[in-house]
Design a protein around this ligand. Structure first.
Ligand code: URA
Length: 238
């Protein structure tokens, strides 16, 4: 529990510099509990604080944890070169809070992408030691065969990888579609594994991370949502 002056609260939530936040308040753009607050010296308990800025409702969040349904043709890099960046799909306030993707998906991969401004969460979710299962649906150029599935389960040797990499689960969903579960997050891993096994990935979608399922979130392509306690618990427990 902590009580903070309003300009510091707004700054912590990504509304700009302290000076800018002070101006927002003085101009009557910030409403708390139905009242316009115009004096920044007012302090508020941050825990559970709800407020609006320019008429938009916000909740105080010490950290932001979101899930995005990444559309195709967006890059995860901070400095995208050929396509817009996924960072442009977040509200402006999240940019100022440095909300960033947890790991990366290729520009043409769609599906579940986590984002946060909590360094320990990002680190924990990206740590190879945790072996967090990630579920992908891959569309293949050539038909899926039992041999392909067996090969991906047994492990395939990738250039620059000392040991073969294997899927934890791999099953055929359709004649040219596979579900593949990986516990590592190597560069282009699904595509490279499929290529090493003699096929070619023509489309890739991430559908689950840990116990968190994209379908359960009900997000259209490009939409995001905050993760609640239960969803974060699912991720922490995996
Ligand atoms: N594997 C890939 O090949 N690409 C991704 O974006 C994710 C996993």
């Amino acid at each position: 529990m902590s009580k903070l002056p309003l300009d510091r609260i707004l700054q912590s939530q990504g509304f700009g510099t302290r000076k800018w936040c002070r101006e927002l308040v003085e101009e009557g753009e910030v409403v708390i509990n139905g009242e316009t607050v115009t004096d920044c010296r007012n302090t508020f308990e941050t825990d559970g604080l709800e407020f609006s800025v320019y008429g938009d409702a916000w909740k105080f969040r010490e950290h932001v944890y979101i899930a995005l349904n990444k559309p195709a043709d967006y890059e995860c890099s901070r400095k995208p070169s050929h396509h817009p960046g996924v960072l442009s799909l977040r509200p402006e306030q999240f940019a100022l809070r440095d909300v960033q993707p947890v790991g990366r998906l290729d520009h043409d991969t769609t599906g579940l992408l986590l984002m946060s401004d909590d360094g320990s969460f990002i680190h924990a979710q990206s740590s190879p030691k945790r072996h967090i299962p990630k579920v992908y649906v891959a569309t293949t150029h050539d038909p899926v065969t039992p041999q392909l599935v067996a090969q991906l389960l047994k492990g395939v040797k990738l250039h620059d990888e000392p040991a073969p990499l294997a899927a934890v689960i791999c099953r055929m969903l359709d004649t040219q579609q596979l579900e593949i579960v990986l516990e590592q997050g190597k560069y282009h891993q699904v595509k490279r594994m499929l290529a090493a096994a003699g096929n070619h990935c023509t489309a890739l979608r991430r559908t689950e991370i840990g116990g968190l399922k994209l379908n359960a979130l009900g997000l259209a392509a490009g939409e995001w949502c905050y993760l609640d306690e239960a969803q974060l618990k699912l991720l922490a427990e995996t």
